[in-house]
Design a protein around this ligand. Structure first.
Ligand SMILES: [Mg+2]
Length: 188
């Protein structure tokens, strides 16, 4: 079967990683309780920044956020390797900007994710993901972003939401633990 994955905040804990970088950069010490209570994908509110200030800060730190030591979610890598081992196909579909395609692909490989030639898609808009997912005829797709998941309801793909503080209102099958999901899938 074909499994497609968003990367940021689906497979890797990017926003929390960025949250620590913001704290360092802004010489603050905002607690993770604030992070976990955020109802927005953007993290700038926790630092008292406007949308514009937050956007500027994110852009100025983007390389550091993307290519330093962001942690994968527990068992995300193991799950993907297990899928490959069982003969399934693993695809990555990330809306990171096009200029980050090669470095993001390299980062995944260097950080132990299984990346097959031709199975990595980067640089589309959120609303374009649906076309790739449809063309690939994915059986499963995983994402954290409500606006992306909302575009998939007409497709036969089994869509799952990776549980995050800003997507709790979504009524879709939910991944709270990759390890648990891996076990669930085995028993199907
Ligand atoms: Mg994401």
């Amino acid at each position: 079967m074909k499994f497609g994955f968003d990367i940021d905040d689906t497979l890797i804990n990017l926003r929390e990683h960025a949250f620590h970088i913001y704290n360092r950069k802004l010489q603050q010490n905002i607690g993770l309780d604030v992070f976990h209570a955020l109802t927005t994908m953007e993290i700038h509110e926790a630092f008292g920044l406007t949308k514009e200030e937050g956007g500027k800060l994110w852009m100025s730190l983007r390389d550091d956020i993307y290519y330093s030591d962001c942690a994968p979610f527990p068992h995300a890598r193991e799950f993907l390797h297990e899928l490959v081992k069982q003969g399934h196909e693993v695809y990555y579909i990330t809306a990171r900007a096009k200029e980050h395609t090669e470095r993001t692909r390299e980062w995944l490989i260097q950080n132990g994710f299984p990346v097959t030639e031709g199975h990595f898609y980067c640089g589309m808009s959120d609303t374009e993901k649906v076309h790739i997912i449809e063309a690939l005829e994915l059986d499963y797709y995983f994402d954290d972003k409500p606006s992306v998941l909302a575009t998939l309801s007409q497709l036969p793909v089994k869509a799952y939401v990776k549980d995050r503080s800003y997507n709790r209102q979504l009524d879709l099958p939910r991944i709270t633990s990759w390890e648990q999901f891996m076990e669930e899938l085995k028993s199907k």
